[in-house]
Ligand binder design. Structure first.
Ligand code: SF4
Length: 387
């Protein structure tokens, strides 16, 4: 599958992960500023950091999109206008916006192209075309669409706007965060980037007149009332999305780890570049809930997952800081077999046995002992997870 024109879009929670995403093959990254980004728990970027990473991305022929996708209130708008004017000076490639009022601000006060966020829940071509009339150059579709609907919308907006879809990462059981569960239960708003993921809590059933008796809720062949979702994974269906006319493939996860950003971006990069391998086994090595293809091929998807825990078959041991040094992330023992994850295909997937002593001081930089390969900065060392 060689598709040089389709964009691979990866998340960046901070400057370090932005560089990792670019190194591991993203064509573009999306990130939040300190203001009005729907990820209150990501570190997020100062204006200077947005400028720095944008300059770096452009020097490599890549793009930077900034999310401004909260659902704002009247009192937010003075600050939004100020923020829009500041973003207009930073040379970014687009803003990702969910609210009509915010779109108006960016059309009025800036020349920045506007992408409509998945948070706007665009599920049909009529809505997509209305956003085009308002000046949007790209629509990020709702995750809840079937491939036939994605294709129809791509055809309807062809030549007027691009279509972006999510291909990987966490899913909501409401329409992309339009949910008040977290507000009710924890006073944290998913519409302002502060979701407590209340849908993933472990719920029990209680009959009103029996206050101290709780029944577990179980899944049967008809489904479940447990609201926790599996993770989306479309890596084995990229050709269908390309054939449908999609312009950009998006990976979810601005609060995810360095290892997640590197591993997932790398897998999708290789898949798009036509490298043959077992990608589901590869993606199992990285933190995730069981995967689903979501609504893309099934009207009633296998979405629910009766536990909140995430799983991964490998663990992150270190991040290379030089050809033979790494920033330690996890304990490493004599005799451990370590695997290299790298954008450099000459060493990617190679393994070696750790010849050094036990090392157990995370966030310290240490010599790599026993590696016959020269690493490059941001290569990752990992190990099968020990039970
Ligand atoms: S509580 Fe769950 S369904 Fe609601 S916005 Fe948060 S992640 Fe989505």
């Amino acid at each position: 599958m060689k598709q040089p024109t389709i964009e691979l879009l990866a998340p960046a929670g901070d400057v370090k992960r932005a560089k990792i995403a670019l190194d591991y093959g993203a064509d573009a990254i999306y990130l939040g500023g300190k203001d009005f980004s729907l990820r209150a728990h990501a570190a997020n970027f100062t204006d200077d950091e947005i400028r720095e990473i944008t300059t770096m991305a452009h020097s490599r022929g890549k793009k930077v999109y900034v999310t401004v996708n909260i659902i704002p209130r009247n009192y937010d708008f003075d600050q939004i206008i100020d923020y829009a004017k500041r973003l207009d000076t930073l040379d970014i490639d687009a803003v990702i916006v969910a609210d009509l009022g915010v779109i108006k601000v960016f059309r009025e006060y800036t020349k920045i192209p506007v992408h409509v966020s998945t948070q706007a829940n665009v599920t049909n071509q009529h809505t997509a075309l209305e956003y085009v009339k308002l000046g949007a150059t790209r629509i990020v579709l709702a995750r809840e669409l079937h491939i036939s609907e994605i294709k129809e919308i791509c055809e309807a907006v062809k030549g007027q706007a691009e279509i972006e879809v999510f291909v990987h990462g966490a899913m909501c059981v409401s329409y992309s965060g339009r949910c008040l569960l977290s507000n009710y239960m924890t006073n944290r708003s998913s519409n302002r980037g502060d979701c407590a993921h209340s849908c993933r809590y472990n719920y029990v059933l209680q009959e009103a007149k029996r206050p101290n008796e709780y029944w577990p809720i179980e899944e049967d062949e008809h489904g479940t009332y447990i609201m926790n979702s599996r993770d989306l994974c479309l890596i084995n269906h990229l050709q269908e999305l390309i054939d449908a006319g999609v312009a950009s493939l998006k990976i979810e996860g601005r609060v995810k780890s360095t290892y997640y950003v590197a591993g997932v971006t790398h897998a999708y990069r290789q898949a798009l570049d036509g490298i043959k391998r077992d990608y589901l086994t590869e993606l199992d090595k990285i933190s995730h809930r069981p995967y689903t293809t979501g609504f893309t091929f099934d009207k009633v998807p296998t979405q629910y997952y009766p536990a909140a825990r995430e799983e991964q078959t490998y663990e992150f041991i270190g991040l290379a800081t030089g050809t033979q040094t790494m920033l330690l992330k996890n304990k490493v023992n004599p005799g451990d077999t370590l695997e290299i994850l790298s954008p450099n295909l000459a060493v990617d997937g190679k393994t070696f046995v750790w010849q050094g002593t036990v090392q157990n001081q995370p966030e310290t930089t240490i010599e790599i002992v026993g590696c016959p390969y020269d690493l490059q900065i941001n290569d990752i060392l990992r190990r099968p997870k020990q039970q």
